[in-house]
Ligand binder design. Structure first.
Ligand SMILES: Nc1ncnc2c1ncn2[C@@H]1O[C@H](COP(=O)(O)OP(=O)(O)OP(=O)(O)O)[C@@H](O)[C@H]1O
Ligand SMILES: [Mg+2]
Length: 616
């Protein structure tokens, strides 16, 4: 990183930085190939043997024609011998090509599997600010198709460089060995071929890039749609979204067609060039044979080689495109891998090791300031002390920074100034695993993993027994609800916990709390939007679970927090009022205002329900 900065300062251009980044991306990815060095050496030798066997075949026929058939020295035994050698050469070529291909695929897939693993591990370590800046759709593309492109670098580009490069060199050697004049003529076509390849290459690359961009846009669009399907249907956006989808789909279609068309033109041009060279060879060679300056067998071998000559050149130029897209993918992946995770684990020296059981649960926010963006101030010099076992309620306007305070306590983001301490220890000195064991979080829309209810409660930790899970669910009052499900505790939940209501999902997260026993419990608007029956269940679960724990409850419904030991009112990232319900009512400030509003709203709700009942 510092290296890049220095160069940039020295030259003042971005170009150098770009190239630097490219090389470091390239080097970093190549490093994944290092453990497979030996395999690559083996691949090299297998290719060598395979190609040598393949290219010896025309030579063998040449010997048969010129040294035997042309001289009238034939016989069945001789023909059988030649046929047998030809067969052996074919088998050798097949076997070594097969081994080489297998080895290469194995190494290539291994490398990419490692890369995917590292990439996913790195992404899961990123702070939330990383995800604020990125579409999950594009991250999906990074992990899936970018790594796939890199795999094609190892399996196709490298293969082509080794195999086709070697083939080309060997063909040229064989040609010169056979006849220098004809060989010179053949090699003379090379610059011409190179010119065509260069001209086409740029165009091909452009079409390829365009198709890729269209595809990743389409994927991102689909990913966004899937996660927002609920909203789309709720707002009858299907038609609009379909229109957009058709548009994106159409773009991708035409980009693909264009790419395929230009590929076909390129390949056919190559074929034509090859045929022209072949015709020239037949003409020049034929004349020489007629003038008896060339043997028929040599001409035969040349014609075979000229046919094989174009194939590796074509392959190598084709691979150039793959190589280009690989560099793009490498840069993209490297951009993620080289991004600092933001939230740092404490160094072994600084780390404070405590277990969840040792924690009393005292919380200190000391002069905490924070903003999501630079020069932005969401939390301003917040000071707050929460005693072990105390229950705090937080209310405030939308956007006041309540959820932000919780995110800071969970270290989804790090504070800009000040510190947050648990039992006097800065949370930055706690290993993240410890911190997340101490602090248990229940969100309004709890996330459930795809898996059974049991697994969702114990978070896939096998050491928690089924009995413990069931006991926890009974404790929070979720047992009867779960038993009503089709497979009870083994009901499989899909992503987003489909099939369960928000309240039911919350009950499951309460059960998690009972299982993992965090010392500090946090609820962010956990009881908003619940029907009164489920709310009662959740309320009961809350009072059961919060007993003896430091608890912070953020709520818009005052009924949830009215009985807290202390209520804080937040506004613009500051605490503006604080005290018990009684004290705040007497203060006649923001809280009292909120309470009156809530009361009126409540009356209206009761009135509505009554009139509905009367009507029914
Ligand atoms: N990821 C983010 N990136 C940038 N700004 C953000 C981000 N999350 C929240 N904010 C901003 O920070 C401010 C505080 O947000 P926060 O979510 O803490 O409010 P809140 O008090 O929880 O509100 P609510 O009661 O609506 O949940 C808001 O102005 C919001 O726009
Ligand atoms: Mg919030």
């Amino acid at each position: 990183m510092s290296e890049t900065v220095v160069t940039e300062k020295q030259t003042g251009t971005n170009q150098v930085k770009d190239t630097n980044q490219k090389t470091s991306a390239f080097r970093a990815i190549l490093r994944y190939g290092k453990p497979h060095r030996l395999t690559f050496v083996l691949i090299f030798f297998c290719s060598l043997l395979g190609i040598a066997a393949e290219l010896s075949q025309p030579y063998l026929i040449k010997i048969a024609i010129d040294d035997h058939l042309a001289l009238g020295r034939t016989g069945l035994t001789f023909l059988i011998q030649i046929a047998l050698v030809y067969l052996v050469l074919s088998v050798i070529s097949f076997v070594f090509t097969y081994i080489q291909n297998n080895l290469l695929q194995y190494a290539g897939q291994n490398i990419v599997a490692d890369l995917r693993k590292d990439l996913f591990t790195h992404i899961s370590k990123m702070s939330m600010s990383f995800f604020d800046r990125r579409h999950s759709g594009s991250l999906v593309t990074n992990v899936s198709s970018d790594t796939e492109t890199i795999s094609s670098f190892f399996t196709q580009v490298l293969l082509s460089l080794i195999r086709d490069g070697m083939m080309l060199v060997m063909i040229i050697i064989f040609m010169f060995q056979l006849d220098v004049t004809l060989a010179l003529y053949s090699v003379a076509v090379l610059p011409f071929i190179a010119l065509v390849a260069v001209l086409f290459r740029k165009y091909l690359r452009e079409t390829y890039q365009q198709a890729r961009t269209r595809l990743s846009r389409l994927v991102a669009f689909i990913a966004e749609n899937l996660s927002g399907m609920f909203l789309i249907q709720a707002f009858h956006q299907e038609k609009e979204q379909m229109k957009q989808f058709n548009e994106q789909n159409g773009h991708y279609f035409s980009a693909n067609v264009r790419q395929i068309r230009s590929n076909v033109i390129f390949n056919r041009t190559f074929d034509i060039l090859g045929n022209i060279a072949l015709v020239l060879m037949v003409w020049l060679g034929g004349k020489a044979v007629l003038g008896s300056t060339l043997e028929v067998g040599v001409l035969y071998a040349f014609i075979s080689y000229i046919r094989q000559f174009f194939q590796p050149i074509n392959q190598i130029t084709m691979q150039w495109n793959t190589f280009q897209s690989t560099t793009v993918s490498m840069e993209r992946i490297w951009a993620i891998l080289s991004t600092d995770p933001g939230i740092k684990e404490p160094s072994a020296k600084d780390a404070v090791s405590i277990t969840s059981d040792d924690v009393n649960g005292r919380l200190d926010f000391k002069n905490v300031s924070f903003g999501y963006l630079e020069n932005q101030s969401i939390i301003n010099k917040l000071n707050l002390t929460v005693q072990p076992g105390e229950m705090i309620g937080i209310v405030g306007t939308t956007g006041a920074g309540k959820s932000t305070v919780i995110s800071l306590l969970n270290r989804f983001y790090d504070v800009n100034e000040g510190s947050i301490e648990i039992d006097g220890t800065d949370i930055r000195k706690l290993p993240q695993e410890t911190l997340h064991r101490i602090v248990g979080l229940i969100q309004q829309d709890p996330f459930l993993f795809s898996g059974s209810i049991i697994d969702n409660v114990r978070l896939f930790r096998e050491e928690v027994t089924r009995e413990q899970v069931i006991e926890a669910c009974k404790f929070v009052g979720a047992d009867s609800m779960i038993r009503r499900l089709s497979d009870g505790y083994d009901t499989h939940l899909s992503e987003r916990g489909s099939g369960l209501s928000a309240g039911e999902r919350q009950l499951i997260s309460f059960a998690r709390i009972v299982v993992f026993q965090p010392r500090i419990l946090i609820l962010d608007e956990a009881t908003a939007n619940l029907d009164s029956h489920t709310e009662q269940l959740v309320q009961d679960a809350l009072s059961t679970v919060s007993a003896g724990r430091t608890t912070i409850v953020i709520a818009h419904r005052l009924s949830t927090i009215m009985h807290s030991d202390r209520i804080l009112v937040m506004k613009d990232g500051r605490i503006v009022e604080s005290g018990t319900h009684q004290e705040l009512m007497e203060l006649r400030g923001y809280y009292e205002d909120l309470y009156q509003h809530a009361l009126e709203a409540g009356r209206e709700a009761v009135y509505e329900e009554r009139s509905r009942n009367d009507a029914g």
